[in-house]
Design a protein around this ligand. Structure first.
Ligand SMILES: [Zn+2]
Length: 198
């Protein structure tokens, strides 16, 4: 099993565990609803205690269902062959984008374009491999002017990187000034897609 199959397996296990927890919570809700039916509502304390417990389980069930749907969507879009193509080795050196604007460059492993340190990192939001580190830009409005600023380091997959660049360009389009905290060179760097993504 390679790093891609392992990720697919991990998603399958996640889906299984979350679905079981969701079903378990639904069963407890059914039990509590039955119990509520048997309580005389004039026994306010017992009634409200059970109703509150039912409400808490209903909240859990709602968020578990959201998690189940999210993992199910990720799993549905996780194509092992497509992942293998997208992450195939290029030139034997790791393509991971480093925060200084370069590439990692260590020897790749397992037929992938990533070194041992950067292989098998997956995006939390999308079913895609992390391709490196990036910053988003925004404009900070203050009494001395509207200055461009960069966020903390983000670890991004391909579509996240594209979305981040688009969002930064949109944000800066409202106009900005530069200072030492975020000079023009940095703005140029974080609003320019890497050459192999253009
Ligand atoms: Zn690397």
């Amino acid at each position: 099993m390679d790093y891609i199959e392992r990720e697919r397996r991990r998603l399958e296990i996640d889906l299984h565990v979350l679905t079981r927890r969701w079903h378990g919570t639904l069963s407890r809700m059914f039990v509590l609803r039955g119990r509520l039916d048997g309580i005389d509502p004039t026994d306010v304390e017992a009634f409200s205690r059970t109703a509150n417990a039912l409400g808490a389980f209903a909240n859990d069930a709602t968020s578990l269902k959201r998690d189940v749907d999210k993992v199910r969507r990720r799993l549905a879009s996780f194509d092992v062959d497509a992942q293998r193509r997208a992450n195939a080795d290029v030139d034997g050196s790791c393509r991971y984008l480093t925060i200084d604007g370069g590439r990692c460059g260590r020897p790749t492993v397992g037929g992938s374009r990533w070194c041992g340190r950067h292989v098998g990192l997956w995006s939390d939001n999308m079913a895609e491999h992390i391709i490196g580190e990036w910053r988003a830009l925004y404009v900070e409005h203050g009494p001395d002017g509207d200055f461009a600023r960069s966020t903390h380091v983000l670890r991004v997959g391909v579509s996240e990187l594209r979305a981040t660049v688009d969002e930064s360009r949109r944000e800066l389009a409202q106009g900005y000034e530069t200072d030492d905290l975020c000079p023009s060179a940095e703005i140029e760097c974080w609003t320019t897609l890497p050459e192999d993504l253009t």
